[in-house]
Design a protein around this ligand. Structure first.
Ligand code: ADP
Length: 265
């Protein structure tokens, strides 16, 4: 195990590595633009659990991506708290955020964010650079992740030899290869046609069976068809928070009840 791997293990000792619950409490975020501040997220309180597939909808500029970035530790809130299981992140240092991101979160972006001069396999292996695993194991795990998304026969190719849907599947394999509990997807089908979008969404729906998936999307139809919960944003605030699918499992029932109680939000 390299130094980075050791740091990760040490830093995560303080709380459960398995993330079962995320709680945002009065999260506020502003950006400085010119001489003034733009308040992008206004006292957002939300709770997420494993096995949820959450879609976040709302007009451009309403704060969706900012929310996703804060949840993933790519950016930091100004005030409030992000609670991972029961562990406050108020006093997280950069190392703690790095550890959380590397171990617990996988990201999927609209433009795939693949490295063009590396092979498909290398693009997935790169996610394990900080995980401390040997190169043999990296190769084995990357191959399995790519096989799981139906790309076993593409591992030697470069990203530009693949279709958009295939590139997004590589990105999903990369997001999953460290076995994170949380997948954050920002417009994952934004660059895909509807048939290819379905293939990608089918994979994400499968992923959400054992993880928490939070997806920002402009596609209302996809949100309604695939997610178990839809949160609508408007001007940095939650406009609504509902469950579009009636056929819920027993496990989801308590969440449903909770979210209907507006006082808990
Ligand atoms: P959405 O995802 O809903 O389109 P964003 O979260 O990307 O919204 O952005 C919300 C607002 O915050 C927008 O007005 C955007 O221009 C602004 N914003 C986002 N990131 C930054 C940043 N790093 N610096 C300054 N302003 C930003």
């Amino acid at each position: 195990m390299n130094n980075s791997g050791l740091v990760i293990v040490q830093e995560l000792k303080g709380f459960d590595v398995t993330v079962g619950k995320l709680k945002l409490v009065d999260i506020d975020k502003s950006y400085r633009t010119g001489g003034s501040y733009l308040n992008v997220l206004k006292k957002i309180s939300l709770e997420f659990r494993k096995n949820e597939f959450v879609s976040i909808l709302g007009p451009s500029g309403s704060g969706k991506t900012t929310l996703l970035n804060l949840i993933g530790g790519l950016d930091h809130y100004d005030s409030g708290d992000l609670i991972i299981n029961s562990h406050s992140t108020k006093h997280f240092k950069d190392r703690d955020w790095d550890a959380y991101r590397n171990r617990s979160v996988g990201f999927v972006f609209q433009n795939y964010n693949l490295i063009s001069h590396q092979s498909v396999l290398q693009n997935v292996e790169i996610a394990m650079t900080l995980s401390g695993v040997s190169s043999d194991e990296r190769k084995e795990r990357a191959t399995k992740a790519l096989t799981d998304v139906g790309l076993a026969d593409q591992i030697g190719k470069r990203p530009n030899q693949l279709s958009g849907g295939q590139m997004q599947r590589v990105a999903i394999a990369r997001a999953l290869v460290n076995n994170p509990d949380i997948i954050l997807a920002d417009e994952p089908t934004g660059a895909l046609d509807s048939k290819t979008s379905e293939q990608v969404m089918d994979i994400l729906r499968d992923v959400a069976k054992t993880r928490l998936v939070i997806m920002v999307t402009h596609n209302e139809d996809i949100a309604l068809e695939y997610s178990s919960r839809i949160i609508r944003f408007l001007d940095g605030a939650i406009q609504s928070d509902s469950h579009p699918i009636e056929e819920k499992t027993e496990a989801d029932a308590p969440i449903k009840q909770k979210k209907r109680d507006k006082t808990s939000m």
